[in-house]
Each structure stands twice: as C-alpha cells, then as structure tokens.
Design a protein around this ligand. Structure first.
Ligand code: AQP
Length: 344
C-alpha cells in the first residue's frame, strides 16, 4: 500500500507507457503495479504515449497493434477504467500544443544533460530525430497538462520528472506575476517498491528493456509458463549462496536483481526476502521465483488474450478516456495560452 497524506486525495496522478512492443516485468513492477495501487487513493490518468513512441521509427500497423496490446496489458493488470482515465496520447491534441509552448520555456542546456537521450541516440546522435531529443519536453507537457502532482515511474525516468519540475517553475516565473498563485505545481516522482529498476536477466548492470535484442533478457507479460520458467532458470547468476544483508548484494548485480524481483512480486521488503533465502543457493531460489512470477503474470496474460479478442471494446475504452482527458486538458491549455498572451 502506498503511504499518502489525507490531502493527497486532492492531487492527481499521471503516468504513461510507450506502445513500442511487448511490456515486460520492468514496466510492470516499475510502473503499472504502482498505478493499480495509486488509482484507489488519487484520481489517476494513464496514457499510452504513442507520440513518444514515434521518436524512434515505428511500423504503422505494428504501432496500432501495440497500442491495443498495451491497453489490454494495463487493464488486465488491474487498472479500472471506470475509476481511472486511460487513453492514447495522440488523441488529445493538447499534449502537442503544450509541448510546443514548453519547447520555448525549456533551455537547450537542460536537454543536453538528459542521459536517456545520450543512451538511446548513442553514436547515432546526428541521425536521431528532433523528437527523441525533445522527448522530455513532451513528457513535461503530458504531466502538467492535467496539473498532475504525482508521477509513478521507474527509476530511469527520475531525471525527466526533474526536468518537468524545472519547466513548471520556469513557466511560473515567466508567466505568473509575483502576487498570483503559481500556475503549475512542480510534480513529484513516485518511485515505489523494491524493483524500481529491473535489470536484464542476462546482464545485471543493464536495464531490462523492450528494445534489448535478446529475448532472454526480459520476461514479457505475455510469456507462457514455460518461457518464464526457462528465462529465470537460465538467468545469469553467480556461484555464491544468497547473503544475509542488502550490503552484501552490492557487488552482485544479478543476485540483487533476482531477489529484488522476488521481493517486489511478493510485496515484501528486500530484507524480508533475504531472510527467507539467505544461505540458500540459486537452485533453491530460482524455482520459487518461477512459481511466483507465473502466479502473478499468468492471470494477466490470460486476461490480455481475452481483451484482445475484441479490439473494438478497447477502442471504445480509449475513446471514452480521451473525452474525459480532454475535459481536464482543454481548460488548462486555454489558461496557459492566455497567460502566454495568445489571442484565444
Ligand atoms: N527495467 C525497468 N525497471 C523498472 N521500470 C521500468 N520502466 C521501463 N523499464 C523499466 C518503467 O516503465 C514505464 C514505461 O516505460 P516506457 O515503455 O514508456 O519507456 P522505456 O523506459 O523506454 O521502456 P523500455 O522497456 O526501456 O523501452 P525501450 O527499450 O524502448 O527503451 C516507465 O515508468 C519506466 O520508468
């Protein structure tokens, strides 16, 4: 359960996920699992961020089917679309409009510090899209368009939320006069749980990622029992038993990763999970992790398959979400345009 103060009921959650392929255990433990808990405590908006997806080339038909799949995964994981808003980003045009205004607030120096762009562009920087470079500005627009206060994300997105905070403060300084209440509240990242950065099963120093060419590096939400079992059994480990303390995990990235996954799936602290397995080898631990992962993911993949039988139903949910999202976004953007000095 997430520990929030009573006045948090007035606050708003926003978070997004890209339709760029199969969702994996990192997306689930770092983001979606926390969304499901938060939706019961704060009014929540979740978006399938297709505008972000096209910052790297996407095959149009694949983008459509991935959007349906991600929607199905989010619903199957427990997001209640009667309670929370779920929509795809490109259907709410205000995201792009606010992003442009924020492009004129954000400084190039701030974007130059973003590590995700450096990692994703790699040596191909000159050939990367302008969209990939401006990705964090669009993300700031996504969050602030709904005046969101809480942003549940994996640890990898922390720097982008910090940039959104800088943009909010800078916008307030540029366009809100001294005796007025600040227009935007800087949003807070919500990096929750014991698996905030799930690592590759093949290399404990690399993030589990949709774009990793190795299928064995990640557990997808749609994996069968056999696939989950094979991937965990073959996951890289060392030859020592599991230790007693978190400190002793420091130099053992693969062991740290697997026990963190176990503790997050079983809703225990890392120390509680270590208490259960300290002194035991991976041949004892891995089958327990397989059972727990299958127990958690199997119902999700079954429900996803059900939902995907009728994508028209998913389209209906997304359309309804778009209407509700625009009811919030439209007046916020109108106020922003007014503050900037546009004639509306
Ligand atoms: N390995 C991870 N551990 C914990 N959280 C993670 N997230 C992603 N990977 C991990 C969180 O999932 C949410 C949605 O992520 P996304 O799909 O929008 O973007 P991403 O971070 O680019 O995802 P990938 O899998 O790493 O995709 P590629 O391969 O395209 O780069 C976010 O809250 C993110 O923190």
């Amino acid at each position: 359960m997430i520990n929030l103060q009573p006045d948090d009921l007035q606050k708003r959650v926003f978070s997004g996920i890209q339709p760029t392929g199969n969702l994996h255990l990192g997306n689930y433990l770092g983001a979606i699992k926390n969304w499901v808990n938060l939706q019961n405590e704060i009014s929540s908006i979740f978006s399938i961020v297709d505008l972000h997806a096209i910052t790297v080339p996407q095959e149009p038909l694949k983008l459509k089917s991935s959007t349906h799949e991600v929607a199905a995964a989010i619903i199957a994981s427990g997001i209640d679309t009667n309670k929370s808003i779920l929509f795809n980003q490109s259907s709410v045009k205000e995201h792009s409009e606010l992003a442009w205004i924020f492009n004129c607030v954000c400084r190039i120096g701030w974007l130059n510090r973003m590590t995700q762009f450096k990692e994703k562009a790699g040596k191909n920087r000159e050939n990367s899209s302008v969209g990939l470079y401006g990705y964090p500005v669009l993300m700031a627009a996504d969050i602030l368009l709904y005046k969101s206060t809480h942003v549940p994300v994996g640890d990898d997105q922390k720097q982008h939320i910090e940039l959104a905070r800088d943009i909010a403060v800078s916008f307030n300084n540029m366009f809100t006069s001294e005796n007025e209440v600040d227009f935007f509240t800087p949003p807070e990242p919500q990096i929750i749980g014991e698996a905030t950065r799930v690592m590759s099963l093949k290399d404990g120093t690399k993030k589990m990622s949709k774009s990793d060419p190795s299928f064995a590096s990640r557990i997808n939400l749609t994996d069968s029992k056999e696939e989950i079992s094979n991937k965990i059994r073959k996951a890289k480990t060392d030859s020592y038993p599991l230790p007693e303390t978190i400190e002793e995990l420091k130099e053992r990235p693969e062991a740290h990763n697997l026990i963190s996954i176990y503790s997050s799936l079983s809703d225990q602290t890392l120390q509680e999970a270590l208490n259960e397995f300290s002194g035991k080898g991976f041949s004892h631990f891995k089958p327990k992790l397989v059972d727990l992962a299958v127990e958690t993911l199997n119902p999700i993949s079954c429900e996803m398959r059900n939902l995907l039988k009728d994508t028209r139903e998913i389209d209906k949910i997304l359309k309804n979400g778009k209407i509700k999202a625009r009811e919030i976004a439209e007046p916020v953007l109108k106020d922003v345009k007014n503050l900037v000095g546009f004639v509306n």
